[in-house]
Design a protein around this ligand. Structure first.
Ligand code: AMP
Length: 421
């Protein structure tokens, strides 16, 4: 028996109401804030991600689905949206448009991670980017899109974790202090942390290794090392969050390991969702477009995982609207009746009325059971007697009541009944 590849999910029909609801709300809220939808390819040149996500990150070092295609091109299934969206921004000259250019995407992402609950190798992200503007009010707007989505979906107890990760002017001094602080603890670090110390010291701060936790607690804080510009920016972000009454904590461990991630970093947490599982992470990347070969262009964005949102919704019993049920289920008894049923169903569907046919020449009882399972409002019973009289027996499934309706008036009756539901 074949099985879906490890770390991938079939999204079965019974799960689709969640997917439809969450993605529809994401589209609606992005539009509310003036973000426009952009689709980029699922694969890009490998080097785009190596530069855009960055060497030394887990994603680039360990997790990319990279391959050479039959023409010899080096390609990678996108492990995040940002690099592709920035490529599109540059390729299509979007910097001549009014800035900021506000874009969002929805779609599958691929990372070769170790699968576990809520962690997959193919998963969906809702990704939001605002490019070409430094104003800290934009940081707060982007953060608000994430907040709004979770609130709209029914999560409570929301809070932000925020930090500033500085910029290339002030960060090196902080990294120096961090490395100096870690030196005496070298013998306590595991192999991963030693590698971080050598290659990407900022990442030491989000190490999950138990032995590292007390060390991180005492580590110097980047906010004590920020230059004036970064300090001001961070103060204004907090001021706007205060003004909006959005709770936040300054989390000194929240960092991004790469040079072109600058200033604001944030995560969103919701009540009852494990501390390890921020539903959303984002921040500024004022150096990214330059790193991809473009002119200096600021930007900020976030991404959130759809599967994790849906898991969390189910855990807290948040219901979503179901798919619409059929208005009519036709139960023909005999070949002649089936021909009539086919014609009527075709007419009903053309009129936009949801109608189903009972297949397989089954007994009336079996067809009524099928009508019930389908959740139909009415069963339309078409036997020989009914045909001879030019009418159908209409059974209201929930009430168990029956009435006769002339075939000529059936389509109008069912259309009106669907319209008033
Ligand atoms: P990141 O791009 O790593 O900052 O992740 C952004 C969001 O994507 C996370 O907050 C999660 O909601 C989601 N996410 C990241 N990795 C996975 C994964 N392997 N499986 C499912 N969701 C993920």
């Amino acid at each position: 028996m074949y099985r879906a590849p490890r770390g991938t999910l079939d999204i079965l029909p019974e799960d689709q109401p969640y997917w439809r609801h969450v993605t529809e709300r994401a589209h609606a809220i992005a539009a509310l804030y003036g973000y426009e939808y952009i689709d980029t390819p699922i694969f890009e040149e490998t080097s785009l991600f190596v530069r855009g996500v960055g060497e030394g990150t887990d994603i680039v070092d360990k997790e990319m689905y990279s391959f050479q295609d039959k023409g010899g091109d080096h390609l990678t299934l996108r492990p995040e949206f940002t690099a592709g969206v920035m490529r599109a921004y540059l390729e299509h000259g979007m910097r001549t448009r009014p800035q900021p250019v506000k874009l969002y995407s929805l779609g599958p992402i691929f990372r070769h991670e170790k699968p576990q609950a809520g962690r997959y190798r193919q998963f969906w992200q809702f990704n939001v980017e605002a490019i070409g503007e430094m104003d800290p009010a934009l940081d707060v707007e982007v953060m608000s899109v994430a907040w709004h989505l979770y609130e709209d979906l029914g999560f409570s107890g929301l809070s932000f974790h925020i930090n500033s990760t500085g910029d290339p002017r002030c960060r090196p001094r902080y990294i120096e202090a961090l490395v100096a602080y870690y030196r005496p603890y070298l013998h306590l670090l595991d192999e991963d942390d030693r590698r971080r110390l050598a290659r990407n010291p900022l990442r030491l701060l989000d190490s999950k290794s138990p032995a590292a936790q007390p060390i991180i607690e005492g580590a110097p804080k980047i906010t004590d090392y920020l230059c004036d510009e970064c300090t001001q920016h961070f103060a204004r972000v907090r001021r706007y969050l205060d003004a909006l009454g959005r709770p936040y904590v300054v989390n000194h461990r929240l960092v991004r390991g790469l040079d072109y991630y600058t200033k604001t970093v944030f995560e969103v947490y919701a009540e009852g969702i494990g501390a390890q599982n921020a539903v959303c992470g984002g921040g500024r990347y004022d150096g990214l477009i330059e790193a991809l070969g473009g002119p200096p262009t600021p930007g900020i964005g976030f991404a959130t995982g759809i599967e994790r949102i849906i898991l969390a919704m189910k855990e807290r019993g948040i219901a979503v609207p179901g798919l619409p049920k059929p208005t009519a289920f036709f139960a023909p008894l005999g070949e002649e009746s089936k021909v009539v049923a086919l014609r009527l169903i075709t007419e009903l569907r053309a009129a936009g009325v949801r109608a189903l046919l009972g297949f397989g020449d089954r007994s009336l009882k079996a067809q009524l059971r099928a009508a019930d399972r389908a959740g139909a409002t009415y069963a339309v019973i078409l036997g020989e007697d009914e045909l001879a009289a030019g009418q159908a027996t209409l059974r209201h499934m929930a009430q168990g009541t029956q009435q006769n309706i002339p075939l000529a008036g059936l389509v109008a009756f069912l259309r009106d009944s669907e319209a008033t539901r």
